[in-house]
Design a protein around this ligand. Structure first.
Ligand code: CP3
Length: 339
């Protein structure tokens, strides 16, 4: 068993910082793109196929990463709730959720029946790995899911319909987020029961928020989720481009995924030397930078993490245009950074 990830997650010293990359199972990988072409099925069908989803989850193994993340989407559990997103090619919900009747109609469902394909996918991954690598589960945070549900599509750098909904129907928004919170707790506990070694929560819509909206609609629900997961598995919290470290800490996860604006050393100085962090190489630098600059930034990140309680990752997910050679080289480089 490569237990570097789990040891770092517990705050222990590791010979090198374990590394995995958000969106490692995706379009930066030529094997993934080939598989998508030959499979000729929409993305939601790939997610629903345990054999294919397991095979894609495992593709990054050949990079040498220290953890596998299951190939699903944050939108996966919305389908059994009654909001079936399809990917054409971006995520699309034919009828966005805007009314009280639609919120009421969203169902809390039985995980074992509604998401049996997720259990099967974990099963195949575990069978194949036979314990060789830890496997991460994940979910979208409730506020982020609300933004997708109300917009009915992916957001770029604005989400006007979602923010109008929060302003005009705050009580209904809270009711929707309550429901999503209950579902997300069930879903993450279910993944722990499927053998997920750690659980990451993605607040990917954070960067769209004012501080007031974030305090009211995001933090309290993140807190409920992490409190409910205590003891189930180590937890990681990620909030896209949210630079207020105290807010990241307030969520209550075991591990904080840092944006590139805060170094690991700075975060330790402010939150305590024993805390565990994930991150935080600039994902745009990895995509568009020259290798010597990437290497210098990666080295600085490793040094800042001091080879203890540090899980190497990016500031956010791999960008589609990231050269695969940079990814291969980054994993090798980080593994060569021996204490
Ligand atoms: O990280 C991994 O490799 C595991 C799989 C994974 C996917 N989505 C598969 C996927 C994970 C962890 C996600 C999370 C996810 N999905 C997030 C949170 C992470 C983040 O980046 O902030 C969000 C916001 C989504 C919603 C989503 N899914 C969008 C907006 C899109 C289309 C745009 C895009 O980035 O591709 C997707 C599609 C999606 N989900 C792909 C993959 C590999 C692209 C698939 C393809 O086009 O072949």
């Amino acid at each position: 068993m490569n237990d570097m990830f789990l040891r770092a997650a517990r705050g222990e010293r590791t010979a090198y910082p374990p590394i995995w990359l958000m969106r490692q199972a995706g379009r930066t990988d030529p094997e993934y793109n080939r598989l998508r072409e030959t499979a000729e099925m929409p993305l939601e069908a790939l997610f629903a196929s345990p054999e294919l989803a397991a095979r894609i989850s495992l593709l990054p193994r050949r990079l040498g990463v220290d953890a596998i993340i299951i190939f699903q989407d944050i939108l996966t559990p919305l389908t059994p709730m009654g909001a079936p997103f399809v990917f054409r090619p971006g995520p699309t919900l034919p009828e966005p959720i805007r009314t009280a009747a639609q919120v009421d109609a969203l169902r809390l469902f039985e995980m074992e029946t509604g998401l049996s394909h997720v259990r099967e996918t974990f099963g195949i991954i575990h069978e194949t790995l036979d314990g060789a690598l830890p496997v991460l589960g994940f979910a979208g945070a409730p506020f982020t899911l609300l933004v997708f549900l109300v917009e009915g599509k992916s957001f770029g750098d604005r989400a006007d319909a979602a923010f109008a909904f929060l302003r005009e129907a705050p009580a209904l928004a809270h009711a929707l987020i309550e429901k999503l919170t209950a579902m997300t707790i069930d879903y993450l506990r279910f993944q722990a029961g499927c053998g997920a070694h750690a659980l990451q929560l993605f607040e990917s819509a954070a960067f769209l928020c004012s501080s007031d909206v974030y305090q009211e609609f995001a933090i309290p629900y993140q807190q409920r989720i992490f409190a409910a997961l205590r003891g189930a598995a180590p937890t990681i919290f990620f909030a896209r481009e949210w630079n207020a470290l105290e807010d990241l800490d307030a969520a209550g996860a075991d591990i904080i995924s840092l944006p590139s604006s805060i170094s690991i050393a700075q975060a330790r100085e402010r939150l305590g030397g024993q805390r565990v962090f994930q991150g935080n190489l600039d994902n745009a630098l990895l995509a568009r930078g020259a290798w010597p600059d990437i290497e210098a930034a990666a080295r600085a990140c490793v040094e800042s993490g001091e080879h203890r309680g540090h899980i190497f990752n990016l500031s956010h997910g791999l960008l589609r245009e990231t050269p695969f050679a940079h990814i291969e080289r980054l994993v090798r480089f980080v593994h060569e950074c021996r204490a």
